[in-house]
Design a protein around this ligand. Structure first.
Ligand code: CTP
Length: 226
């Protein structure tokens, strides 16, 4: 499906939550799925903005906004979402950050240490709350178990139009892998299963099956997953 002139916003990669200048909390997200989506959307003629956490990938030929923390991701995503027709939130945003930050490197001691964590903001949930007519919001769910049930719960709670659910924590798919196996679930509960394939191929499939309103929300026809 052509995406000509559609304004597509994609978030990708992990966030880093520093607690001193040399240490942070993060996750193994490589950003590959989000970058593949950005390349696929460009190929199909979309106007793409990519908000990226720290990753080791070559930037696609589009507007790229680099962020580090969940808070930076939140601010950038909310600002950019105002101009987006289709938003795909692949970023693995950290759910917690250290409660405090030490400007000086923390020195080790012989005693065990406890790190106090506080919640970060849920970017996608806020995008769902602010979703405009004609805007399509797609989330991603990474689960080690209970995949379909948790993904459906997130779809509903975050006011999404669709969610791409994939199992993580096993070799050959998910974080860091070049390939993925996933299911696309839409708001009516319809599911499309994608077998294991390269993330570049899956990106094109996602654009084939996700339904979105036509350009710039002018005719907001929401088709279900085919
Ligand atoms: N997400 C987000 N902001 C967060 C956490 C998650 O925007 N602080 C988004 C992710 O980008 C993804 C979706 O929410 O599109 C689901 O993320 P996931 O990590 O699977 O689930 P959580 O909502 O964090 O729930 P849990 O950790 O309990 O599984």
């Amino acid at each position: 499906m052509k995406l000509k002139k559609l304004r597509v916003l994609i978030t990708a990669g992990p966030t880093r939550e520093f607690f001193d200048p040399v240490r942070f909390l993060s996750n193994p997200s490589s950003g590959k799925m989000g970058y593949a989506l950005a390349e696929a959307a460009l190929k199909r003629g979309a106007k793409v903005t990519l908000i990226s956490g720290p990753v080791a990938l070559k930037a696609p030929n589009c507007r790229v906004i680099r962020v580090v923390s969940a808070e930076e991701m939140y601010r950038a995503a909310l600002k950019e979402a105002r101009r987006a027709d289709l938003i795909l939130m692949t970023a693995a945003v950290s759910d917690y950050r250290p409660a405090s930050y030490s400007k000086r490197k923390m020195k080790k001691s012989a005693r065990p240490q406890t790190l106090k964590l506080v919640r970060t903001k849920d970017v996608l949930k806020e995008l769902g709350r602010r979703k405009k007519a004609g805007q399509t919001l797609v989330g991603f769910a990474a689960e080690t178990h209970g995949l379909a049930a948790y993904a459906k719960k997130k779809l509903k709670e975050k006011n999404l139009d669709a969610i791409v659910a994939n199992l993580v924590g096993r070799p050959g798919a998910g974080f860091e892998s070049d390939a993925n196996r996933a299911s696309l679930i839409d708001a009516s509960g319809k599911t499309k299963d994608f077998p294991r394939m390269p993330k570049t191929a899956m990106a094109l499939k996602i654009f084939d099956f996700v339904s979105y309103s036509s350009v710039n929300g002018k005719s907001p026809s929401r088709r279900p997953v085919r």
